[in-house]
Ligand binder design. Structure first.
Ligand SMILES: [Zn+2]
Ligand SMILES: [Zn+2]
Length: 429
């Protein structure tokens, strides 16, 4: 195969497909389809070797991105980023950047890059004059086949979440990030690009889809769809961990029907499993640590000892504990704990399962208060003194339900009646 006559040098982090179009244009070909045909004449050469033969000794190592969508012209990303993160179908770009320097930035070819972090505008993927979707099969790098210049068009301000995601991804392509781009904050700045993209796809997917369905993303090559996805991922990573906490609350609130369950997997669906299985490596500790903090602070379900995924401190310091444990702490039966919840003496929640069994949880701080208060529970004699009534009068109040015991013969089978001091005092006033 003949080496092409004009062989422009690749630019740092130039799109591989963008470079090939620049190469085809410089050599007078009508489109990349011509180069595709040229490579096909050399059946022994595949992948990078085929493209390498076109440019002879010109080094292609600076290029990034996968070349797809052609019969023979194929290349995997020289930087090793998995192909499914690349958008080979529909090119997108920042008009201002392209007008300033006419080459295709590799980061524009990443599906989740939807904004220009320098100009803070949405990337474009169609022609503003003829409205046709942009294609890699066009004749010129900087113009639509209708003749319109791609750099000369109106743009739309990008949403902050999209800019944040694009900024992070772009920063891993630029050796020196342009001025005015704030550094990515910990813990995200410790992630490799592939890991960062995996986190974005995971969080963006759950922010957009039903919690029980595994993440399914279709049509992300369309910039309009990718924008709403990137915005959701950007929101989830915003002001860490605030945006992530909002997402976790959203995962639960979206599915109120499951909220009667006491199990983490039912509250959070596959998210919970994926978090610990797919994101089990060290670099993702921040995701799991923050999930654990969220559970400790906000989850009203009960954390069983069997939740081995959580640290011992989370399990023992969890704000919500089981009815049985609460009963043991108070020295009363489980049914009594339910009654305390119903009477407002404990803050808790009760659910009835399909089999008719009552389950629920109690907030630890209210249990501690009740334990302290329990020492002050009054006997019948003490209650009578507070109320200044006879034994007969006390039994009349008991029978009428005005004086409500918390312990005693008809309550938990104990021989001595006990009453909550504050309730008796209230009755006396
Ligand atoms: Zn730009
Ligand atoms: Zn056009």
């Amino acid at each position: 195969m003949t080496t092409l006559l004009v062989r422009p040098a690749p630019i740092d982090s130039e799109s591989a497909t963008g470079y090939l179009l620049r190469l085809a244009e410089a050599n007078g070909y009508t489109s990349l389809l011509d180069l595709d045909l040229l490579v096909s004449n050399e059946p022994r050469l595949e992948d990078v070797a085929g493209i390498g033969a076109l440019v002879g000794t010109t080094r292609l190592g600076k290029l990034r991105g996968a070349v797809t969508g052609f019969r023979n012209l194929k290349m995997t990303d020289p930087g090793g980023l998995d192909q499914h993160y690349w958008n080979g179908r529909r090119p997108r770009y920042c008009p201002a950047c392209l007008a300033a320097n006419s080459y295709w930035r590799a980061q524009w070819d990443i599906t989740l890059v939807t904004a220009c972090p320098i100009h803070c505008v949405e990337l474009c993927d169609s022609c503003s004059k003829c409205n046709h979707p942009l294609s890699w099969k066009r004749a010129s790098l900087a113009a639509c086949d209708c003749g319109a210049s791609l750099g000369d068009r109106s743009v739309v301000q990008a949403q902050p979440g999209c800019v944040a995601i694009s900024r992070y991804i772009s920063s891993s392509f630029e050796t020196t990030p342009p001025d005015g781009i704030p550094a990515i904050q910990p813990p995200l700045n410790r992630l490799r690009l592939a890991d960062f993209l995996a986190v974005c796809v995971f969080l963006g997917g759950y922010a957009q889809n039903d919690v029980r369905k595994p993440t399914k993303i279709a049509d992300l090559h369309d910039v309009a769809i990718a924008i709403s996805f990137a915005q959701a991922a950007g929101n989830a990573l915003d002001a860490w961990p605030s945006g992530y906490r909002t997402l976790l609350r959203h995962l639960v609130s979206k599915d109120g029907g499951q909220a009667s369950s006491n199990r983490l997997a039912q509250w959070f669906g596959y998210f919970y499993t994926a978090l610990y299985k797919r994101f089990g490596d060290r670099q993702f500790n921040f995701l799991r640590d923050e999930f654990e903090s969220h559970i400790r602070d906000e989850w009203p379900g009960q954390l069983a000892e069997r939740n081995r995924r959580f640290s011992k401190s989370t399990r023992t310091e969890h704000k919500w504990i089981s009815l049985t444990t609460a009963g043991k702490t108070l020295g009363v039966k489980r049914s009594m704990v339910c009654s305390f919840i119903e009477r407002g003496m404990l803050c808790g929640q009760l659910h009835t399962t399909a089999t008719g069994r009552t389950s629920g949880t109690v907030r630890r701080d209210t249990l501690d208060e009740l334990c302290a208060e329990k020492a002050q529970w009054l006997t019948l004699t003490e209650a009578r003194e507070v109320l200044n009534i006879s034994r007969k009068g006390a039994y009349a109040l008991l029978n009428s339900g005005k004086l409500r015991p918390v312990s005693g013969p008809t309550i938990d089978g104990r021989s001595i009646w006990r009453f909550v001091a504050s309730e008796v005092i209230q009755l006396a006033s």
